[in-house]
Design a protein around this ligand. Structure first.
Ligand code: HPA
Length: 274
């Protein structure tokens, strides 16, 4: 029943294992406007998605499409420069394809980043929020359907979707670097519309601090496959009751790019202890 899927993943994994020359245990997914991290990487192998068998190709402006194997602060990493969003029309299986191939290339930890709207009234544009937990508001789940028990459990435990250990490490690192960080809950939605003021208000009442259109499916898949997850949001616009600042995609990219160096510094300095 799962034969076709297993073959597909095995082909991708085999290609990558033959082509890459280092064996990172940490994967990083770059969110909108956070491509600046790539400038810090000592690149060893850069592989365009279109050359990777069975790999999807991203369509959004501001998102590139390469898998970069390299070293950051002396630590081997594989970086996905470009992700696949549900709003692009991809099924959840495709959205989470990068995570599905990671165990096969030896990755144990996934770091996810995103640009997000902030609902918490203490948040400002440009803030970094370390993700403590998420709410899945996609109305979908990448694990729906028959379960391949060889990959992960039918009913995955999500009591610690985001590693407490890595969250603590991020706080400690931020403090050392004097980088101001927030912590909170990310709610994942389909988009592609940004929220109405009433929707921002609803999501805040539901318990979320930031809202965005990615990360949740990827975190679910990564946890299902037994990887440790750390994630953060860059607040690029505000959906705070009474002062919603509606953003355009360009403004989101600009705000993320501005906060980018802080995110890069934080991740860079965390890596040796991840
Ligand atoms: N809502 C949803 N996704 C986003 C936002 C937002 O306000 N900002 C950046 N990504």
């Amino acid at each position: 029943m799962f034969e076709e899927k297993r073959i597909k993943i095995a082909q991708t994994v085999e290609y990558l294992n033959n082509r890459k020359t280092i064996n990172p245990k940490i994967a990083i997914v770059l969110g909108s406007g956070l491509g600046g991290l790539t400038e810090k990487i000592e690149i060893v192998d850069e592989i365009p998605y279109k050359e990777i068998p069975n790999f999807p190709v991203s369509t959004v402006q501001g998102h590139k499409g390469t898998m970069i194997f390299g070293r950051l602060n002396g630590v081997e990493v594989v970086v996905f420069n470009g992700r696949f969003h549900y709003y692009e029309g991809y099924p959840m299986d495709v959205v989470t394809y990068p995570q599905q191939i990671l165990p096969g290339i030896g990755v144990k930890t996934v770091i996810l980043s995103n640009a997000a709207g902030g609902m918490n009234p203490t948040f400002k544009v440009g803030d970094i929020m370390l993700i403590r937990d998420h709410i899945n508001m996609f109305g979908n789940n990448p694990l729906l359907g028959p379960n391949d028990d060889t990959l992960g459990p039918r009913f995955p435990n999500m009591s610690e979707a985001y590693s407490q250990r890595l969250l603590k490490l991020a706080h400690q690192t931020a403090e050392k670097l004097d980088i101001h960080v927030q912590e909170g809950v990310y709610i994942g939605v389909t988009g592609p519309c940004f929220e109405t003021p009433a929707e921002y208000k609803m999501y805040y009442i539901l318990g979320a601090d930031t809202v965005g259109m990615s990360t949740v499916p990827e975190a679910i898949m990564a946890r299902y496959l037994g990887m440790e997850v750390f994630a953060l949001s860059v607040v690029t616009d505000l959906g705070i009751v009474g002062r919603v600042e509606e953003a355009s995609h360009e403004e989101v990219l600009a705000a993320a790019a501005k906060a980018g160096p802080k995110v890069v510094e934080l991740i860079y300095n965390m890596l040796p202890l991840v």
